[in-house]
Ligand binder design. Structure first.
Ligand code: SAM
Length: 277
């Protein structure tokens, strides 16, 4: 079933580590469990290891690939009725427009993601969540651990709060470096992300929420009072039932939402932040 692309040199700049181990390819495909007629879209099909499984299970899949050589090769492997190939950068693709184009059929997004773009890509997909059924991604294990981290843990940060606000997330299993060619230096994990129902999503001004979370974690060792000084004063923080002397990593999602709602009620505008994830 697997025909690799002879002579293709894996491109580091595109984060190319191709799956070559049938056991792991099968395990990921079973976790996705694509069904006929579903609207599957894969990010970075590469040499089609997962794509073949998805197309064979669903009958048709979409895929977004940035590498022109791989895109050209993929066109030789699948008919147009099997694969709709979008030759584009998944980071700048208008995911909301793509997802909303067929509103009755929510997207199922799948990807063994290039590690160098995983966090920005997860943020780029956030606005499309209303039209997404689920997302199955393979990422660096350390990133998945941050996504699912609970308050108080060392790995709890911006990625945890922003994604947990919108998705339920379950880490499914680890995948060893030997499953890939070339093998990455790190262990990978597969995560399932299911958007929360609109009624379950805590209502908040997204840019302001995002700004508060970014600033709160931008200087992890600072107290909230200091980290948020350009957005909220100590009295406003306290009015949310939050200790201004606390640090961001101790705060539950609900507290960040309360801070953003407070900021919104005070007419505060979001600020740019160069925060770590
Ligand atoms: N899915 C294949 C597999 O599991 O063997 C390939 C996975 S490889 C880790 C990442 C794939 O994403 C490569 O095919 C790479 O060219 C593609 N890619 C990298 N950056 C991308 C981007 N910004 N947009 C779309 N595809 C990208």
């Amino acid at each position: 079933m697997q025909q690799g692309l002879e002579g293709h040199k894996a491109r580091k700049r595109f984060g190319q580590n191709f799956l070559h181990d049938a056991h792991w390819i099968g395990r990921i495909a079973r976790a996705v469990d694509a069904r006929p007629g579903e609207r599957i879209i894969e990010i970075g099909p590469g040499q089609a290891a997962l794509t073949r499984e998805l197309v064979s299970a669903a009958g048709h899949a979409g895929a977004v690939e940035i590498d022109r050589d791989l895109a050209a090769w993929l066109r030789t492997q699948f008919s147009e009725s099997e694969l709709t190939l979008i030759e584009a950068d998944a980071l700048t693709l208008d995911w909301s427009a793509l997802a909303a184009a067929d509103p009755g059929r929510p997207l199922r997004i799948v990807g063994n993601l290039p590690y160098n773009i995983s966090s920005p890509l997860l943020f780029a997909l956030l606005p499309a969540a209303d039209h997404v059924a689920d997302q199955h991604f393979m990422l660096q294990r350390e990133v998945v651990d941050r996504m699912v981290a609970a308050p108080g843990s060392k790995t709890y940060g911006r990625l945890s709060v922003m994604l947990q606000w919108r998705y339920r997330m379950v880490k499914l299993f680890d995948v060893p470096p030997g499953a890939f060619n070339p093998p990455p230096k790190v262990v990978s994990s597969v995560v399932r992300m299911t958007p929360r129902k609109p009624s379950e999503v805590l209502e908040v001004d997204l840019p302001l929420f995002s700004s508060i979370v970014a600033h709160a974690f931008g200087q992890r060792r600072k107290t909230l009072r200091n980290a948020l000084s350009r957005l909220l004063d100590a009295a406003a923080i306290e009015a949310c039932g939050v200790d201004p002397q606390a640090r961001a990593e101790t705060l539950a999602l609900e507290s960040f939402v309360a801070l953003a709602r407070k900021a919104s009620s005070l007419g505060v505008k979001p600020l740019e932040a160069n925060a770590a994830d």
